[in-house]
Write a protein that binds this ligand. Sequence first.
Ligand SMILES: Nc1ncnc2c1ncn2[C@@H]1O[C@H](COP(=O)(O)O)[C@@H](OP(=O)(O)O)[C@H]1O
Ligand SMILES: [Mg+2]
Length: 404
Amino acid sequence: SSSRALTLTQSRARLPHPPPTFPTHRRGASSSSAASPPRLRRRLLPVRAMASSGNPYAAELAAAKKAVTLAARLCKTVQQNIVHSGIQSKADKSPVTVADYGSQILVSLALMMEVSGPFSLVAEEDSEELRKDGAEEILEEITDLVNETLVDDGSYSMSFSKEGILSAIDNGKSEGGPTGRHWVLDPIDGTKGFVRGDQYAIALALLDEGKVVLGVLACPNLPLSSISNPNGSSSGDRIGALFSATIDCGAEVESLDGSPPQKISVCSIDNPVNASFFESYESAHSMHDLTSSIAEKLGVQAPPVRIDSQAKYGALARGDGAIYLRFPHKGYREKIWDHAAGSIVVTEAGGIVTDAAGSNLDFSQGRFLDLDTGIIATNTQLMPSLLKAVQDAIKEKNHAASLL
Ligand SMILES: Nc1ncnc2c1ncn2[C@@H]1O[C@H](COP(=O)(O)O)[C@@H](OP(=O)(O)O)[C@H]1O
Ligand SMILES: [Mg+2]
């Protein structure tokens, strides 16, 4: 209601740190009002929900779910258009670019509206390209798409000006680090899958004092209950899964269009013969020859299950498969937004996520993960033998390379 509406000036006075601003105008106002002080209706979540759930991050979790669900609405629209227009076969990358920026803007907006206190966001995109000559058309497309999504969703009665779009994107420029709270966002993880019409995820996590304390993964194309065959297609299952996890509170999955959350846990397979493993669809992202040699050493019989994005972590967390292997080619540096949300979903579901040396991933070092060789994830039962197989396979590969 209008009595609850706060001007930005009012909400700043109430908060310990000013939230980031983006020029916006209320829907229905003339375009000249974009220059007048923006009015943001800030919805604060009921404090009661926080206290009764026993989850110290309950408010942030609710905000994160709302943010990625809103972004997923935009991404789904764009992906449908891409698939229908057959644009994925052309070199034109603009639809995915529009969705990437649009998703980041909506997540940033929703977090800002729903969570009080200092705001820091480490996100993949910045506005540099959009500020260049020749980018006007794409900027206009993003602005229209974001504003249309806001109208369809109906949660926030506001619309963005083009300048507002640019500054909202730049809210994601934080460097993260070991102190304070930082949101970590991949607005579209698995862009290759997105363009192919396959799996992708909107991945959002919260770092608190260098540790991931919360993660949500919106997977609009993932079957809700399980991947029923090796290609990840469904058998009449509902499509669209939202995974979430908060530190020490477990992991859950719910439907992206609303259903009660269900607790999830990793599988309890302890014999690798019965295990299957996930890896990137793209061989450029992970060495399929190395993973195949690891699987062979371990005695895994099933062929690899190749899926784009952090949907792999979600599927692992609910026991659709037993192992996730990721071995980028030499020289690649992993980014924190590619693993923060996925890793807490797996660990809170009872799994373990480490680098190839068996060390925990360290999200406190800025935008990159500094890690040894690759990332592996599985349950507690399989981890010791998996780690041994990984190290043996790497040794063998290095030895073979030294003979060349
Ligand atoms: N050469 C490379 N090696 C490993 N990962 C790469 C890569 N190039 C891109 N990536 C990362 O792999 C992510 C996709 O992971 P996956 O292969 O599991 O689907 C990409 O996320 P984006 O799609 O958000 O750019 C990107 O960050
Ligand atoms: Mg990514």
